[in-house]
Ligand binder design. Structure first.
Ligand code: ZN
Length: 198
């Protein structure tokens, strides 16, 4: 089942989402929401989805970055971006307990800001503590693209969107032409682009 993904301008995207109590996690409404969010993320398609994006102000995220999404990306580019496949998983009440000072700037988009991307700086490495879909406490270290996805989705739970931080001058239309153009761009090429437009 696919839910409607709400777009920027909808006030739900600006609310701080409520935590889900451990007792609530196993309830049919929460388990149903998790399944619907997985379906919605896969149909979009996207690599992550936060509950506020489907109009539900709860601290719940689903993430999946399958190998086929990067099938036409060069191995050295994947390595430089730290882009590796991430299995489907669910994060409830996630907290970033460590955020590295070193950052990488790269084009970032959002299913709630359809059709655009901007260069967004994100910490290279993060640690996140959360509950999984069974209510079990988990701690995870992530780097590269996966760390970017986590920071982006956790921002949603705090009512933040990437456009609040990323410079508007770096905005591009995320069409087929630009997707092709930037697919195998190096971080250096992104930095050159940023210098040119600023
Ligand atoms: Zn988003």
């Amino acid at each position: 089942m696919s839910l409607e993904i709400i777009q920027i301008g909808n006030p739900i995207l600006r609310q701080v989402a409520r935590e889900i109590s451990p007792a609530e996690i196993s309830s049919p409404p929460i388990q149903g929401l998790i399944q619907s969010m997985i379906g919605t993320m896969r149909a979009a398609p996207g690599v992550g989805l936060a509950a506020p994006q489907v109009g539900v102000s709860l601290q719940l995220i689903v993430i999946e970055d399958p190998e086929e999404f990067t099938a036409s990306m060069l191995p050295e580019i994947k390595k430089e971006r730290g882009r590796y496949p991430v299995k489907l998983h669910v994060l409830i009440n996630p907290k970033l307990t460590h955020v590295s000072k070193d950052e990488i700037g790269f084009f970032e988009g959002c299913l709630s800001v359809k059709g655009y991307c901007r260069v967004m700086n994100r910490a290279k490495n993060v640690t996140v503590e959360y509950l999984d879909e069974h209510g079990e406490a988990k701690k995870m270290h992530a780097s590269g693209w996966y760390a970017r996805i986590l920071q982006h989705e956790i921002d949603h739970l705090n009512g933040k969107l990437y456009v609040d931080t990323a410079n508007a001058k770096t905005e591009i239309i995320w069409d087929e032409e630009n997707k092709k153009k930037w697919l195998n761009a190096s971080i250096k090429e992104i930095q050159e682009f940023v210098r040119e437009v600023m």
